[in-house]
Design a protein around this ligand. Structure first.
Ligand code: PHE
Length: 363
């Protein structure tokens, strides 16, 4: 774990082992140039704590780029709760309360929200002990599940990609394969079906696909067949690291546009996709809808209309990135990273000019 942290370019990592629940907690704060670190909390079982830490570090870096890409005043951070043994509901809630205590003790270094494995109800529990908890249920003053917002943004970015590659923004009649039909994948699949796309869905939990497939008239693809199933657009909406040398060699799609964080196993996999003529829409840009919703509705106090408009702007951002990448004949990832780096560099320069005490520290 020491090695992972040493090789990481972030600011700080908090590691706590909770002996009662036999669970690890990691809080990774990557970069607070733009504001306090804000990013979701992932709740997942890993094969070893090292893998959970690796996830937290990379996810936090993704958040830094995500906030910069949408130019909102937050820094990159993420947390991971990694139980090593099954927990019943009461044990889980007790663990979430202790996680809340940990966040409280950090005094605003990092704010949390929903990510894979956590729900608005979980945020209510964490929020009993900590400030800066987003995505609580609506009756508790939160903005609820960010999934539909993320789906809205992915849908907008996917349209930009379709326009770029197929000459028409509408996915009607295109074959779109959605990997993972959870909080984001399911609402995305519904929207695509409404658009008239030929939707295919896949999920590691087969129970999730049956009802949805019947509801929207989608075909079900077995998890092991996802990468070699021919389609126009592949939308990864499950776990990260799925785009790698092995899977990229199999892919039979023209576009990759989905919500999962850290879709690429390594950044260099973007170049492999490019070499295969597959357009990759950078995850941290296209999946920013949930982040925009949490931050704008709960911290910046925008109206739902304003938030929606901002989420839909992902389409313009993606279109612009794809255009620039095309003229440079390179993967859109490089352009997306440069854009975010530019926002961060400008903010750093502005900070150097302003005396620290007059600086607006957001939120
Ligand atoms: N976890 C989601 C993401 O990575 C949504 C989220 C963003 C949650 C920011 C909290 C804070 O974008």
């Amino acid at each position: 774990m020491e090695e992972l942290i040493r090789d990481w370019d972030g600011e700080s990592v908090v590691i706590r082992y909770d002996a009662t629940a036999r669970a690890w907690m990691f809080v990774a704060v990557h970069d607070r140039t733009l504001g306090m670190a804000l990013g979701g909390c992932r709740f997942k079982k890993y094969t070893e704590p090292r893998e959970a830490l690796r996830d937290a570090l990379r996810l936090a870096q993704g958040m830094t780029y995500k906030w910069a890409a949408v130019e909102l005043p937050f820094g990159g951070g993420k947390s991971v709760i990694a139980p090593t043994h099954p927990l019943d509901a009461a044990q889980r809630d007790a663990l979430l309360l202790r996680f809340g205590e940990l966040l409280h003790s950090l005094g605003g270094l990092y704010g949390t929200g929903i990510d894979l494995g956590t729900t608005p109800a979980d945020m209510n529990v964490i929020g009993r002990r900590a400030e800066w908890v987003f995505g609580r249920t609506r009756d508790q003053g939160g903005s609820g599940d960010p999934g539909p917002w993320t789906a809205e943004g992915v849908h907008a970015g996917l349209r930009a990609a379709c326009e770029h590659v197929f000459g028409a923004a509408s996915p009607a009649r295109l074959a779109v394969l959605v990997q993972g039909v959870g909080g984001v994948g399911a609402p995305l699949a519904r929207r695509l079906a409404a658009d008239g796309a030929r939707v295919m869905i896949s999920d590691a939990l087969p129970a999730r696909t049956t009802a949805l497939a019947a509801e929207i008239g989608a075909d079900i693809v077995k998890p092991e067949a996802v990468y070699n199933t021919p389609c126009d657009v592949f939308a990864p909406c499950a776990i990260g690291g799925i785009l790698n040398q092995r899977s990229i060699a199999k892919l039979q799609c023209r576009v990759v546009a989905g919500s999962a964080n850290n879709q690429l196993e390594h950044d260099s996999d973007a170049d492999l996709l490019h070499a295969r003529g597959i357009l990759y829409v950078p995850d941290f840009v296209i999946n920013a809808g949930g982040a925009i919703a949490h931050a704008s509705l709960e911290v910046l106090r925008w109206t739902e209309r304003e938030a929606t408009a901002r989420v839909r702007r992902i389409r313009d951002t993606v279109a612009d990135i794809l255009e620039k990448a095309a003229s440079a004949a390179e993967s859109p990832l490089h352009e997306a990273i440069r854009r975010s780096e530019r926002v961060l560099a400008n903010a750093r320069a502005a900070k150097r000019r302003e005396p620290a005490d007059e600086r607006a520290i957001a939120p």
